[in-house]
Design a protein around this ligand. Structure first.
Ligand SMILES: *Cc1c(COP(=O)(O)O)cnc(C)c1O
Length: 374
């Protein structure tokens, strides 16, 4: 049996007529850049978040970068985040000229540990950038309290958690801006790259709209900006898919529950933790091996048995070759939990289009390895 890591083509086939219809509509309209399909998707996306504005851009990385710029973050500033994330979170901070300051994660959720943030704050700190890792929200209530106390911005890296919520809070409710990614492998993904900034702030909305389109809101009038637009064909794909996101996230949760029930007995691994009251949308289902050195063995065993398991993220950002890239980079450490997760993480196949047989097979193989190695 072979179990793929992604279900992109299955997903396309499941709603082919809806996606094709939207693409056709764009093709026939002759309006492919900043056209009506983009405007429609932006409106739908803002409504989905229950927020005022959504601005389509050409990647999640650009969404972060442009949101930072819109809030005035730049050289000399520091943003507090974690090193256990996709590289782009810190990369976007660095690209504004500011510095990413890393604090450790919570050992159970792998999200930023709010109790570590205050020790990292200096007069240069401008923002906290929580990542809703693997599809579960960071503790935004605790983060908001700290941000209020020190007058900091909060920008949510929501690339992995569209459709999630916390215990008594929604994404976007407690921050200045939410940044999301639509690259194909995300829970809401297009056939290529895309991203969006979602915000209730009118000033962020206007500035990001300008920055993504050569500093222009009106033809021929410019101030320095960039070209970072979400193409209308992608907006059409995303508009069709957005209608299914809640149902797809429910399926992810169903498969996660199956894995968690089926793997209870496995002594050599730790299963993902779902914080009470939170809706985890399982962008990734990440287990950890308990014994250092086991990860690569289990990963090879799964791969050899046709299971396309992967690792997210085996090299934390501060462990990348060449770190630190600027001399003001700081770690307020130790980053014990970050490093433990990097060393031990394995992502099992997780997407709505999995089947009972596939999930059952993955469980069987993990248990088989566990019995031989526990
Ligand atoms: C995917 C991702 C990004 C970057 O999004 P792109 O669309 O690939 O640029 C940023 N942060 C996190 C946590 C991600 O998972």
């Amino acid at each position: 049996m072979h179990v793929d890591f992604y279900g992109h083509v299955r997903q396309y086939h499941n709603i082919k007529s809806e996606i094709d219809a939207n693409i056709q509509e764009v093709l026939e309209s002759g309006k492919y850049v900043m056209g009506p399909m983009l405007a429609r998707f932006e409106k739908e996306l803002a409504e989905y978040f229950g927020m005022k504005h959504a601005i389509g851009v050409n990647s999640g990385t650009d969404a972060l970068w442009l949101a930072f710029l819109a809030l005035g973050i730049g050289p000399g500033d520091e943003c507090i985040t974690t090193a256990n994330t996709f590289f782009a979170t810190a990369e976007a901070i660095w690209f504004t000229g500011a510095t990413a300051v890393f604090v450790d994660t919570d050992p159970r959720t792998n999200n930023i540990d709010p109790s570590k943030i205050e020790a990292a704050i200096t007069e240069k700190t401008k923002a906290i950038v929580p990542v809703h890792l693997y599809g579960q929200c960071a503790d935004m209530k605790a983060i908001r309290k700290i941000a209020d106390k020190y007058n900091l911005y909060v920008i949510e890296d929501n690339a992995q958690a569209i459709g999630a919520h916390g215990d008594g809070f929604k994404i976007g409710e407690l921050s200045d801006a939410v940044c999301t990614s639509f690259i194909i492998q995300k829970n809401l993904g297009t056939f290529g790259d895309g991203g969006a900034v979602i915000t209730n702030r009118d000033d962020v909305d206007i500035t990001v709209r300008k920055l993504r389109n050569h500093g222009s809101l009106k033809r021929s009038y410019h101030s320095p900006g960039f070209n970072s637009r979400l193409d209308d064909i992608h907006a059409g794909v995303l508009s069709a898919k957005l209608k299914h996101i809640d149902e797809w996230n429910d399926l992810r949760r169903k498969w996660a529950a199956r894995y968690t029930a089926g793997l209870q007995e496995a002594e050599s691994i730790v299963l993902p933790y779902e914080a009470p009251g939170y809706r985890h949308v399982y962008h990734l289902y990440v287990i950890e091996t308990r014994r250092l050195g086991d990860r690569d063995k289990l990963l090879s065993f799964l791969n050899e048995n046709g299971i396309d398991a992967k690792t997210h993220y085996p090299i934390a950002i501060h462990q990348q070759e060449g770190y630190p890239w600027d001399k003001s980079a700081r770690i307020v450490g130790p980053l014990t939990n970050t490093e433990r997760n990097a060393a031990n993480c394995i992502s099992l196949p997780m997407y709505p289009e999995l089947t009972e047989e596939e999930v059952g097979y993955v469980i069987e193989k993990v248990l088989e390895w566990d019995r031989a190695n526990a």
